[in-house]
Design a binder for this molecule. Structure first.
Ligand code: CTP
Ligand code: CA
Length: 221
């Protein structure tokens, strides 16, 4: 168990958390990234550690500090993250997919740097990445997803909960002027098959504890 919180209320749980936006290579110098900061996933890892859980953090937010007492695995791309999640799923009770996984990657990654030459346009053919949550099917693991939505938040999140066979989904409204990217606060909905609940704006650490409360309430070992 972690250095802290050995007597915490989650001390029997093993939690696998993913965090950050994956980075997909285009050529030797360019990447396709997204605006996820990784702070939400790192907050979940920190809060779970503080409550005594054994935490493994697979993170693409490689600039963020790893919480002490948490085993961290650094990744770049969605494919790498997928491989690591699969490798660790069977040794964990809970999977919290807070990462913003790229839906697409470049079909052909160039080994060298693409020169601009005389051309005025550059089309990059993209191919679908595997859906990590969908790949974890045979494991007996409690699955928590996140959903960043700009419209019909609850309906869209519920669809993801059902199609990915999740136990719980945490939805964010990323529309308009309240981007939660890189913020230390978040305003989320916690949604299960039975009900959805909107939480007030609070720190990501407090949001993490609310999510962990719900997991604790639902998870039966
Ligand atoms: N996710 C995943 N693997 C992917 C894409 C997403 O495991 N290749 C996970 C995310 O980590 C998140 C959940 O699925 O927990 C929902 O991600 P989101 O991007 O909101 O949903 P998508 O299914 O990718 O649908 P879309 O982006 O089209 O809304
Ligand atoms: Ca997506």
């Amino acid at each position: 168990n972690g250095i802290l919180g050995e007597n915490g209320d989650l001390s029997r749980l093993r939690i696998l958390v993913t965090a950050g936006g994956t980075r997909e290579k285009i050529d030797a110098v360019r990447i396709l990234a997204n605006r996820s900061s990784g702070k939400m996933g790192h907050a979940v890892a920190t809060a779970a550690r503080d409550r005594g859980a054994k935490v493994t953090l697979i993170t693409a937010a490689n600039h963020l500090e790893v919480p002490m007492g948490v085993e961290a695995i650094h990744v770049e791309s969605a494919m790498e993250m997928c491989e690591k999640v699969k490798e660790h799923a069977s040794q964990n009770d809970i999977l919290v997919m807070a990462a913003a996984v790229a839906d697409w990657r470049a079909q052909d990654v160039r080994d060298n740097k693409m020169k601009k030459g005389k051309q005025q346009t550059w089309n990059i053919e993209m191919i679908r990445n595997p859906d990590i949550l969908m790949e974890i099917v045979n494991e007996d693991i409690f699955k928590v997803g996140f959903a960043a939505e700009t419209e019909d938040i609850i309906e869209n999140a519920l669809q993801k909960l059902v199609s990915k066979k999740l136990n719980l989904i945490v939805a964010n409204d990323i529309s308009g002027e309240n981007p939660t990217f890189n913020s230390d606060e978040n305003e989320v909905y916690i949604i299960t098959r039975e009900k959805g609940k909107k939480l007030p704006l609070m720190s990501k650490y407090d949001v993490a504890n609310k999510i962990l409360d719900k997991i604790k309430q639902m998870f039966k070992k």
